[in-house]
Every structure is written in structure tokens, then in C-alpha cells.
Design a protein around this ligand. Structure first.
Ligand code: NDP
Length: 259
């Protein structure tokens, strides 16, 4: 009998939940996972934006749902995972992508601004990963993909809570990878370089000089697009990466390779 062809990048029959999957990098990754065959739950707050993303995902030919969720709210996160499992029958892949930023010098930040950034970017990753863990154990394994940043490696004077939270994402990724290896759950992070989204449009409009400096410093001499994160995310979501865990993979046009 002929054996099935080796097809490690196939996600048919898998269920993915992408936080902030309704726009920017999250939507680029959600579409990549859908093109590889996964059914996708988009978990975010803005339901109009999420409805648009769901329509785009369905057009790929998979099932897609929108779940209203603020990742800083532990009970909303647990409910989102329960809803996904009820509607899709399980959960195999979580992409912790939701993120926010406040640009101010450290001495000018209020505690509330600090907490907002850290709660979304780091505590949200913890809450969703913890809620997803028992569901992945039930499936006999899973994949957690956390979205870090160049600010997981570098820092910037106006990005202290963002840099602290994204550095934390990489360390939290390693801790979960170590803890959950026995459960066949691989946990990795992706460090996007500078990508054109709503988040960086602010920079392009308000700080054109900084924008130009970033392009100049990037070896490929341009910002990336959200779609350009999809390939690495699909790799980390599939059996192709079963021996890869705890890593932080830059997808950055070479931004991080030179000083
Ligand atoms: P966007 O601003 O386009 O997207 C941010 C997403 O986060 C939105 O979908 C938003 O959905 C969601 N979000 C924000 N707050 C919450 C919350 N409390 N609960 C649930 N979801 C929330 O930004 P990007 O696509 O650029 O960013 C995506 C990720 O990539 C972030 O983690 C960011 O830090 C990271 N990143 C981005 C880079 C870039 O150059 N663009 C570079 C490096 C990292 P909603 O408002 O509907 O809740």
C-alpha cells in the first residue's frame, strides 16, 4: 500500500485562535493559517473589524468565527477558549498577537499607561496561554506562537513598557516551552521587524524622520507587510516545527543583524 505523501505544512482539521486577528499582523497570520487549512477563531474587541476578517478567512475556504475578547480580562479569555472549543470541537494553535503601545519617556508615563501596555502585551499572553493549555493537553499536543518585537531585543527611550513587555514575552515563551514539552506543546515567539500596520502608521505620519531612519537601517530597505509573517507562523503551527521550541525567530528584513 502506498504511504501518504509527506505534508508537514498541512493544517487541515486543526483549530487556531488568533488574538487581535482582526487586522494588521494578526490578520496576516490568520490568513496564512487558513490557507494551510486551519479553521480560525479571531479573538479581539472590535467586532466590526472582526466581521471583516472572518469574511476574508471564509473566502479562503475554511470555517472562521469571531469571539469578542479583551485579553486583559481573565474570565473573558477563559470564555473565549471555551467558546472556540464548543464551536470547533477543540483547540490546537494559539497565536498571542494582541498588542498596544504608548510612546512616552519613562519619567512621563502614568501607572495606568504602564499597566495598559504590560497587561495587553504580557499578561494577555499569560492568560490566553494558561487557558489554552488544558485544551491542548486534551488534543495530545499543541502550538503556542507569541508575537514579540524588535523591542524584545533592543529598547527605545520612548518605548519602556513596550520594550519591557516584549522582552518578557520572549522569557515567558521559554518558560512555557520548558514546562509543556512533556505535553507535546511547542511554544515559540516571532519577533517582527518593522511592519506596515495601524500601529506603525502613526510613526510614519508623526515621525517621518524616524521612519526614514528605520528604513535606512533595515538591510532590505523597506517595511514588511503583515502577510510576510504568515510563513513563519505556519511553520511554527505545523508538524514541520515539532522539534523547535522556546525560540524567538526574527522576521525583520535583517533589522536585527547589524548595529
Ligand atoms: P494593530 O494595531 O494593527 O493590531 C493590534 C491588535 O491588537 C488589534 O487587532 C486589536 O484588536 C488587538 N488588541 C489590542 N488591545 C487588545 C485587547 N485588550 N484585547 C484583545 N485584543 C486587543 O498592530 P499590529 O498588527 O502592528 O500589531 C500586532 C502585534 O505585532 C502586536 O503585538 C505588536 O506589538 C506586534 N508588533 C508589531 C510590529 C509592527 O511593526 N507593526 C513590529 C513588532 C511587533 P481590537 O482593537 O479589536 O481589540
Amino acid at each position: 500500500m502506498a504511504s501518504a505523501p509527506f505534508d508537514p505544512f498541512n493544517l487541515k482539521g486543526k483549530v487556531a485562535l488568533v488574538t487581535g486577528g482582526n487586522g494588521g499582523i494578526g490578520k496576516g497570520i490568520a490568513l496564512g493559517l487558513a490557507r494551510a487549512g486551519a479553521n480560525v477563531a479571531v479573538a479581539a474587541r472590535n467586532q466590526d473589524k472582526s466581521a471583516g476578517a472572518v469574511a476574508e478567512l471564509e473566502a479562503v475556504g475554511v470555517e472562521a468565527i469571531s469571539i469578542s475578547c479583551d485579553v486583559t480580562d481573565g474570565s473573558a479569555v477563559s470564555a473565549a477558549v471555551a467558546d472556540c472549543v464548543e464551536r470547533f470541537g477543540g483547540l490546537d494553535i494559539v497565536v498571542n498577537n494582541s498588542g498596544v503601545n504608548v510612546r512616552k519617556l519613562p519619567q512621563e508615563l502614568s501607572l495606568e499607561e504602564w499597566q495598559t501596555v504590560v497587561d495587553v502585551n504580557l499578561t494577555g499572553v499569560f492568560l490566553m496561554s494558561q487557558a489554552a493549555y488544558p485544551e491542548m493537553v486534551k488534543r495530545g499536543g499543541g502550538k503556542v506562537i507569541n508575537i514579540g518585537s524588535m523591542m524584545s531585543i533592543f529598547a527605545n527611550e520612548t518605548l519602556s513598557p513596550y520594550s519591557a513587555s516584549k522582552g518578557g514575552v520572549v522569557q515567558f515563551t521559554k518558560a512555557c516551552a520548558a514546562a509543556w514539552a512533556k505535553d507535546n506543546i511547542q511554544v515559540n515567539s516571532i519577533l517582527p521587524g518593522w511592519i506596515t500596520t495601524d500601529m506603525t502608521d502613526v510613526l510614519r505620519v508623526n515621525s517621518p524622520e524616524r521612519y526614514r531612519t528605520i528604513v535606512e537601517r533595515t538591510p532590505v530597505k523597506r517595511f514588511g507587510t503583515p502577510d510576510e509573517l504568515a510563513g513563519t507562523a505556519v511553520f511554527l503551527a505545523t508538524a514541520a516545527s515539532d522539534f523547535v521550541t522556546g525560540t524567538a525567530i526574527p522576521v525583520d528584513g535583517g533589522y536585527s543583524i547589524q548595529s
